[in-house]
Design a binder for this molecule. Structure first.
Ligand code: ADP
Ligand code: MG
Length: 190
């Protein structure tokens, strides 16, 4: 039974890529406020699961609910509540750190003063305020990942979905990212 105390409910998800059965009746529940890590070797279906949850992929069977509502490709109200950090760091090289993070707020027609306040707030969260005017190429991989996290958080999503956010990082940078994600969770993000 559906329960909006649950942020994400995946039930009996089946996903085939032509002949390959990528997900075979996979189920998962993430309670609101919880932090959950999905562990599995390469090719076990983690990215497929995330893309199905985001309705970026169609699936063959099963049911996906976010805050109790069925997730569909045009569920923009739900999608606005989900921040995403994809497997490969995706930042715009020609934009500064500040501009990268501000961009989603520009698309959402948020006024400049409010944009400025929010960008600074998330840059502080990821300890990158001092790098606001740098270009991504001037930053390390770990710092770039922190920018991607800041951008995913800038519209205050209820849920933050990260696909291997520490995958390409050394242990020190991985620890830093995990610390930031734990803090973000303590401040209320699922
Ligand atoms: P993970 O993220 O856990 O490494 P994936 O979800 O990327 O796993 O992949 C699950 C399985 O589905 C793998 O066997 C992979 O090769 C296959 N797969 C993923 N994406 C596609 C695709 N677009 N077309 C065909 N097979 C795919
Ligand atoms: Mg993957």
């Amino acid at each position: 039974m559906s329960n909006s105390e649950n942020a994400i409910e995946v039930t009996n998800l089946v996903k085939r890529y032509t002949d390959l059965l990528a997900l075979d009746h996979f189920s998962l529940t993430v309670k609101a406020g919880e932090i959950l890590g999905l562990l599995g070797p390469n090719g076990s279906g983690k990215t497929t699961t995330i893309n199905c949850i985001l309705s970026l992929l169609t699936f063959d069977k099963g049911d996906i609910k976010v805050f109790g509502k069925e997730m569909k490709p045009d569920s923009y109200d739900i999608k606005r509540e989900i921040g995403v950090v994809m497997q490969d760091v995706a930042v715009f090289d020609e934009l500064t750190v500040y501009e990268n993070i501000e961009l989603p707020l520009v698309y959402l027609n948020i006024k400049p003063a409010e944009r400025n306040r929010r960008v600074k707030e998330v840059l502080e969260k990821v300890n990158m305020l001092h790098r606001a005017n740098h270009l991504p190429q001037q930053l390390s991989g770990g710092q770039q990942q922190r920018i991607a996290i800041a951008r995913a958080l800038v519209n205050k999503p209820a849920i933050l979905l990260c696909d291997e956010p520490t995958g390409n990082l050394d242990p020190a940078n991985s620890n830093e990212i995990m610390k930031i994600l734990n803090q973000v969770n303590k401040q209320g993000t699922t």
